[in-house]
Design a protein around this ligand. Sequence first.
Ligand code: GLC
Ligand code: MN
Length: 362
Amino acid sequence: MSCVTDRSMPFWCVGNPLSDPFGGAVMDKISSVEVAKILAWAKGEKLIECTSFHDDDLVPWDPEHLEDDLDSKSSVSKTLHEIKKILDQAGIRVHVATCSLHGNKLFRNGGLCNPDPEIRALAARKVERTLRIGHFFGAKYFVYWVARDGFEVPVCTDWTQVYKNLADGLNHATDYIEKEHLTNYIGASIEPKPNEPRGQMFLPTAGHAAAFIACCLKRPDFWGVNPELLQHESMCLLNASMTAAFLCATGKLKFLHFGSQIKAQFDNDFPPLIGPEGLKETVFLFKTLQDLHWKGVVEFDCHMLRAEGEPGEGIARRKQFVRNCVEALQMAETLAERIKAPKLGSGAAAADLESIRQMCNL
Ligand code: GLC
Ligand code: MN
């Protein structure tokens, strides 16, 4: 039995024209409306059920017009309505609304944890706007990804303020949800990451995030964690099965971000099962989730390999990318189901070889 209730493909993964720090875009840039149309196609093909977005994936943000979404005559409002019509007609649900606090250069030294109170206030207003946009789309979760809340030089970091500012920023989000009666949100989630874009980030692992929720936030029951498996975990050599089991045991596993990664490298964000590593760890992850009877949303958070992009073929390549991700997920689940319950506590090497035998039908 599949543990995946819904498959989500975010706007930022489909929209990506495949640039990296060493070179520019290889594919055509497409608008958020065009991304919505690709997602509608994917829903029609029965590949996905939902999507997610950063505010900036849908519409631009102008710090001079912090409430442009509320003005029905603004181009922002018009674009949001156009996208919603496409998603609604296709029957795509919105899983997550997340606030981009990493793209704009104003946030170069952090968003919610920025040492400058004026920038922190701006970040809070951007979060409010994102929450309103998410409400318009009926998003289920608000997500905080650590992004630029981090440091390179610890002696330049005001450690007396960091976690207080972070708690204030996240509590402000839930206060706003309550005050404005944004009842579409069934929860909020923290996505940890050890580094990149900052040298170090303030919530590097699922354990840090879970402890922070329990000890520092006003509404701990509302908050959970969405780990990014394999990428963010494998970057710091953590094991995906253990992270999933830990979050299940603490009741904090909200949903998964899913892709592939070479251990201890920069954030590869390879599509699932692609690349030289991670097949076994991915299959074992799903076996763990099946054994724990976890059921939930798997959201692809990965990107096409830059080498696979083809100028002029952007739409077709993007569609193939969505299909590949979904097929890889099915393969991982099928392989996990093949593994019969190994004798727990038995000779580790023998149990491991047996699982490979079953997985590969040897
Ligand atoms: C960025 C990150 C990704 C995260 C997303 C949500 O795209 O790379 O890991 O899930 O933002 O904020
Ligand atoms: Mn992610």
